[in-house]
Design a protein around this ligand. Structure first.
Ligand SMILES: [Mn+2]
Length: 435
C-alpha cells in the first residue's frame, strides 16, 4: 500500500529521548572499581547535558522525553540542579520540552520542584488533554499530544487515549503522541501500558514517541512511525552498547528520517575471546589486551566498563578454573589500565572455556566417564528431561561453595544446553585429576 503524500509544511527537526533515569544508582558493578563508581554517578547527568547540547546544536523545534525522566521518588539535589540548568538552556534557545511521566516517575499529584521549571517545559497530565501546537520560526509545524502515568504499575492502554486532532487549524500539521508504553513483549521490561501497533495506527498520529524499552527499536517505520530511542545512558552491565536519542527530520511531505545519536558517557562493552588455540598465559594476556583495545575503539572517547567472556576448548582450562586465578588476572589487568585515557575498567572476566577432552575416546574407555557422557547426551536430547534435571540438580549444585568458587554465580538467562556441557566437562576434568 503506498501513501501519496503532498507537501504540506515546512521541514523541521526534533529530538526524541526517553528513560533518562537521572541520578540513578548503578547496579552490578564490582566494588573494586572505585573510579568507575565515580564516573557512573555522573553518567546519566553527563548524558543529559549531551542531549541538551544536541537540541541546541541541531536547532531542534522541540525535545520529547517519553517517560522515566527520574529513576524514583528520591531525585537527589545534583540531578535536580543539572536538570534545571539544562531546561533553562533549552528555554534560552527557544526549544520547548514535552515530558510524559513513566512507571519510574508517575505523577501521583505532581512532581516537587517542577513548578520552578521554565515556561518552555510541559508535563502531560494522566488523561490525554489538549495537545500543544509548536512553531518553528513563526510557522506552526507540529501538534504534540501526550499522556502520563499517574501510578507506577499502569495496566491500561494509555496510548489508545491519544487521537489526531482533525480541526481545520491543526489537521495538516505533523502530529505526534508521547507515551511510555509497551508494544509487544520484551524480556527485560514489565508490560506497562500495553498497547498494539493496531491501536497506535488507530490514533491517526504521524509519530508515536515511545519510552520504556531501553534499547533503540523502530517498531514501525512509517504511517505511523513508532520508535523507542532507548535510554541515553546504560544503567547496568546488562545494557550493552551505544545509548542515545533520536534526531528526527521531517520533510515538507511529512516523511520522517530517524538518526540515532550517541549520547552516553560511560559504555558497557562485552567481548568474547576464543582461547581455542591458546596454551600460554602470555598469549592469553595479549588476547585480553587486544580485547580492551577493541572495546576502546568501539567506545570512541567514552569511558568503558568491560566484561570479557573466555570461550573455547583450551589447555588453560584447568588453570583458569583454579580458585582465585581469574581474580588475580582481573586485578592485574585493572592495574595496567588504571591510567589509560579514556578510562577502561575491567568489570569481570567470565570463564566459559572447556577442557581439551576427547569425548569419544573417554566414552569408549568405559567407567564413570562414559556413564557421565551418556547421561549428558540423554538429557540434551530431551528438553523436558533437561529442564527438570536442571531445576533439581543445577540449582542445588550452584549453591555449593566449591562450585560457586569454580563457576561463579549461575549466569542469568543461561542456556541449559550450554550449562549442561559446562557441567559435564567440569566433571570429566575433575575425574582426570586436572584440578
Ligand atoms: Mn525506563
Amino acid at each position: 500500500m503506498s501513501h501519496m503524500k503532498t507537501p504540506v509544511g515546512k521541514p523541521f527537526t526534533f529530538v526524541h529521548a526517553a528513560d533518562l533515569h537521572l541520578g540513578t544508582p548503578f547496579k552490578d558493578i564490582s566494588t573494586a572499581l572505585e573510579g568507575a563508581g565515580k564516573a557512573l554517578q555522573h553518567a546519566t547527568l553527563d548524558a543529559f547535558d549531551q542531549l541538551v547540547a544536541l537540541c541546541v546544536e541541531k536547532e531542534a523545534a522541540f525535545l520529547l522525553i517519553a517517560g522515566d525522566l527520574f529513576d524514583g521518588p528520591n531525585r537527589g539535589v545534583r540531578a535536580q540542579l543539572r536538570l534545571q540548568r539544562g531546561l533553562e538552556r533549552l528555554h534560552d534557545s527557544n526549544i520547548p520540552v514535552f515530558i510524559a511521566a513513566g512507571n519510574h516517575d508517575p505523577l501521583k499529584g505532581g512532581w516537587p520542584g517542577s513548578d520552578r521549571w521554565p515556561p518552555n517545559v510541559h508535563v502531560f497530565p494522566p488523561s490525554a488533554n489538549k495537545p500543544f501546537p509548536v512553531e518553528k520560526d513563526g510557522e506552526a509545524v507540529a501538534l504534540v499530544h501526550g499522556v502520563s502515568y499517574s501510578r507506577q504499575a499502569e495496566k491500561n492502554d494509555l496510548a489508545s487515549k491519544l487521537a489526531r486532532t482533525e480541526s481545520p487549524n491543526y489537521q495538516a500539521l505533523y502530529q505526534i503522541g508521547v507515551v511510555h508504553a509497551t508494544v509487544g513483549t520484551y524480556e527485560a521490561h514489565e508490560s506497562y501500558a500495553p498497547t498494539t501497533l493496531e491501536n497506535l495506527r488507530a490514533t491517526g498520529l504521524d509519530y508515536l514517541a515511545l519510552g520504556h524499552v531501553h534499547t533503540f527499536t523502530v517498531v514501525n517505520e512509517a504511517d505511523p512511525v513508532v520508535a523507542y530511542p532507548g535510554n541515553i545512558q546504560a544503567l547496568s552491565p546488562r545494557e550493552m552498547g551505544a545509548k542515545g536519542a533520536l534526531l528526527v527530520s521531517v520533510d515538507a511531505a511529512h516523511r520522517a528520517t530517524l538518526e540515532f545519536v550517541e549520547l552516553d558517557s560511560v559504555r558497557f562493552v562485552e567481548e568474547e575471546i576464543d582461547l581455542g588455540d591458546t596454551d600460554s598465559l602470555a598469549e592469553l594476556s595479549t588476547l585480553l589486551q587486544e580485547g580492551a583495545a577493541a572495546a576502546r575503539e568501539e567506545g570512541g572517547a567514552r569511558a568503558i566498563v568491560l566484561r570479557v567472556i573466555l570461550k573455547g576448548r583450551t589447555p588453560l582450562y584447568s588453570q583458569l578454573a583454579r580458585p582465585g586465578d581469574i581474580e588475580q588476572l582481573t586485578s592485574e589487568l585493572r592495574e595496567a589500565e588504571v591510567h589509560g585515557t579514556p578510562p577502561l575498567w575491567w568489570n569481570r572476566i567470565a570463564n566459559a572455556t572447556s577442557p581439551e577432552l576427547d569425548i569419544e575416546a573417554l566414552e569408549k574407555q568405559g567407567g564413570l566417564e562414559s556413564e557421565l557422557i551418556g547421561l549428558a547426551r540423554t538429557l540434551s536430547e530431551d528438553d523436558a528431561l533437561l529442564s527438570g534435571f536442571a531445576d533439581e540438580a543445577l540449582v542445588d549444585l550452584y549453591k555449593k561453595p566449591e562450585v560457586a568458587r569454580l563457576l561463579g554465580p549461575r549466569p542469568e538467562g543461561a542456556e541449559l544446553e550450554a550449562e549442561l556441557q559446562l557441567a559435564r566437562d567440569l566433571a570429566l576434568d575433575l575425574l582426570k585429576g586436572g584440578l
